[in-house]
Design a protein around this ligand. Structure first.
Ligand code: ADP
Length: 620
């Protein structure tokens, strides 16, 4: 086995880099998928909704046009005077008459009249006096069918039109959008607030219903048919309330109602018609009638909130993941940190600035596209850097050991060469002596070269730089080859080699390294055994494991030493003093080879009684 042979199998640096890049790319791709999928989970949807609420509050209410709607509120003060709701319809009629005398542009009533009651005639009369009156309808279950319930009897006949008063909440109970359209039992109604707007600002061409928008005159309302005409509510400042009681008592001016959209509804804290909105912090809810007024104001403003389509979200997520990936891959240290701060700021601030322009983004999904690759890719890069550091650290320690080794082991042959060289230079010398010294140079130089290559091989095997083969190997053949290698040395010491190969079977691995291991055990046996002794080599298989035993009649090894001889550079005192050459590396090499094959090497010995080394590898 030569260093060159081992070097040929060295995994190249560029292949390693390529693998690292491919792995990193996979990780970034998986991060992208994870970010996309997360957005589709219930958790992701809720987080996106929460983020929307937060950005909404940060932006604050959309200003403008609040003055064109007014709410006549059945509030706590009114209930205090008039008693429990529902109170007398005659009184309601009186209030309504006063309101309509001021000529409001439209009146939308968000009060349910499902049963007839005393005073209906008066109320119907008052309603009839209102131009552009929008009355509420409610879906109710009758039997197994949902039907629309209009106000009772005469009241319904006074309406210009009807509007539904059920602005549905999202799954989490928050009202972020309204469904402009609602159908049941083949009948369809538009939201009360929308109907009031239509009364207030008529469009000659009527309502045009496109798939992704409603067209009302010059106004394009981005509410798609598929979503039941869902429209995000761009909440403005609260629409002004005038207490119903104040209307009864005449505490208002004509200008309070004239030309305006007047909504009449309940706002009292104790009544149920209150909803949660993105602005509901600290349990402050909004009266349902406000929603209609808010929708009307938004329609008057003519500016809407548009949700990003999925394609835009995917593209943005892809862009963010790609930027995060590129930064992680190409940048280090301060540039990397700066890039991430900038990217984080962009990703987290963009939804706010887009919201200012009326664009609604799934902010959590976008943030996910930033944080997921950052954590996954960053973790990966950290891990590889750490591994790199560990390898570099091991390399530096190895280099230091090599230096120690060189100073420790190489000094003696160098001293010999130096001394002899000086002798040759200084004194005249006969040819025979000169030849002797030259041979010494060659021998010592070769010894050093061998020593280096051996040391180098061991180091590389230990650090995993050598890639092992994984071939089928016949163990019998390996032993025979090793025996043939060692035989000349045994013959020189007239040592008898008794070899018995009893079908040790196959294993998988590296034949060359295995042969080298067996050869090492045998050459040690030859080296440390006395002349004319016997070395028995037995190869057999039992219990799925092949064993190769090398038993000699040498000096043996003491109990304490058997634990240490596999350590690097360890030689027994006997070996050191005997003058037999060696570096204390062979057995460590054997042990590493055994380990790399999933096996082990053992020794049984008693001082003075010879040693038995056994290399065991699994049959495969
Ligand atoms: P080296 O033989 O080059 O010193 P090894 O790692 O092969 O290094 O062996 C380590 C030590 O183990 C040897 O120095 C020797 O003391 C002891 N040893 C190895 N094999 C035998 C053996 N067959 N009989 C006695 N001692 C042995």
């Amino acid at each position: 086995m030569t260093s060159r042979a081992i070097a040929g199998r060295h995994s190249s640096q560029s292949r390693h880099q390529y693998r690292h890049a491919a792995l990193f790319l996979c990780l970034i791709a998986v991060s992208f998928l994870a970010a996309v999928i997360l957005g589709f989970t219930a958790y992701g949807a809720q987080m996106n909704a929460d983020a929307y609420d937060r950005y909404m509050r940060l932006r604050g209410p959309e200003p403008g046009e609040a003055e064109r709607a007014v709410i006549v509120a059945i509030d706590d003060a009114t209930l205090h005077v008039q008693g429990r709701w529902p109170f007398s319809r005659t009184i309601q009629a009186a209030a309504l008459r006063k309101i309509c005398e001021t000529h409001p542009a439209t009146v939308g009533i968000d009060l349910i009249y499902s049963e007839s009651s005393e005073g209906d005639d008066a109320l119907a009369q008052a309603m009839a006096g209102c131009a552009h009156l929008v009355l509420p309808v409610e879906p109710v279950m009758t039997g197994d069918k949902i039907k629309w319930q209009r106000p009772v009897g005469l009241l319904a006949q006074t309406a210009t039109t009807f509007g539904h008063v059920q602005p549905d909440a999202d799954d989490d109970g928050v009202h972020r959008e309204v469904h402009l359209e609602k159908s049941a039992s083949g009948e369809r109604f538009w939201l009360l607030g929308f109907e009031c707007f239509r009364q207030m600002q008529p469009a000659p061409g009527g309502l045009l219903e496109e798939d992704d928008a409603l067209i009302w005159g010059p106004l394009r309302i981005p509410a798609s048919r598929q979503s039941d005409r869902a429209l995000l509510i761009d909440f403005g400042p609260p629409v002004r309330h005038i207490a119903f009681e104040d209307v009864i008592e005449g505490k208002y001016t004509v200008a309070d109602f004239a030309g305006k959209a007047v909504f009449i509804g309940q706002t009292a804290g104790g009544l149920t018609d209150r909803v949660i909105t993105p602005f509901s912090t600290g349990g402050v809810t909004m009266p349902g009638v406000q929603i209609h007024a808010q929708v009307l104001n938004m329609l008057l403003r003519g500016r809407f909130l548009n949700r990003w389509p999925l394609s835009a979200t995917f593209a943005a997520q892809l862009g963010i993941v790609a930027l995060a990936g590129l930064a992680l891959y190409y940048l280090r240290g301060l540039p990397l940190a700066s890039a991430f701060v900038v990217l984080a700021a962009v990703v987290h601030l963009a939804p706010y600035f887009l919201l200012l322009r009326g664009e609604v983004t799934p902010a959590f999904s976008l943030a996910g596209a930033f944080w997921i690759p950052l954590i996954a890719g960053g973790g990966f890069q950290y891990w590889t850097t750490w591994r790199h550091f560990v390898t570099a650290d091991a390399t530096s320690r190895r280099l230091r050991r090599q230096m120690d080794f060189v100073t420790h082991e190489v000094r003696s042959p160098l001293t010999a060469i130096e001394g002899s060289g000086e002798l040759m230079a200084r004194y005249p010398m006969d040819e025979k002596r000169r030849k002797q010294l030259s041979e010494l140079f060659v021998r010592e130089s070769q010894r050093m070269a061998r020593m280096f290559s051996r040391f180098y091989d061991v180091e590389r095997l230990l650090t995993g730089e050598i890639e092992l083969r994984h071939d089928p190997v016949e163990i019998g053949g390996v032993v025979e080859a090793a025996v043939e290698h060692v035989r000349p040395f045994a013959d020189r010491k007239q040592i008898e080699l008794q070899v018995s190969i009893e079908n040790p079977g196959p294993t998988r691995g590296d034949a060359e390294l295995l042969e080298f291991a067996v050869y090492n055990l045998m050459s040690n046996a030859v080296k440390y055994s006395p002349e004319r002794s016997v070395i028995r080599v037995t190869a057999a298989s039992a219990g799925g494991r092949a064993s190769i035993e090398v038993r000699d009649q040498g000096p043996g090894i003491s109990r304490e030493d058997t634990a240490k001889i596999f350590e690097r550079f360890y030689r027994t005192d006997d070996a050191e003093t005997s003058g037999k050459p060696g570096y204390g590396l062979g057995l460590m090499f054997v042990r590493e080879i055994a380990r790399h094959h999933g096996g082990e090497v053992t020794v049984a010995s008693k001082a003075g009684e010879g040693s038995a080394f056994k290399l065991i590898v699994p049959n495969k």
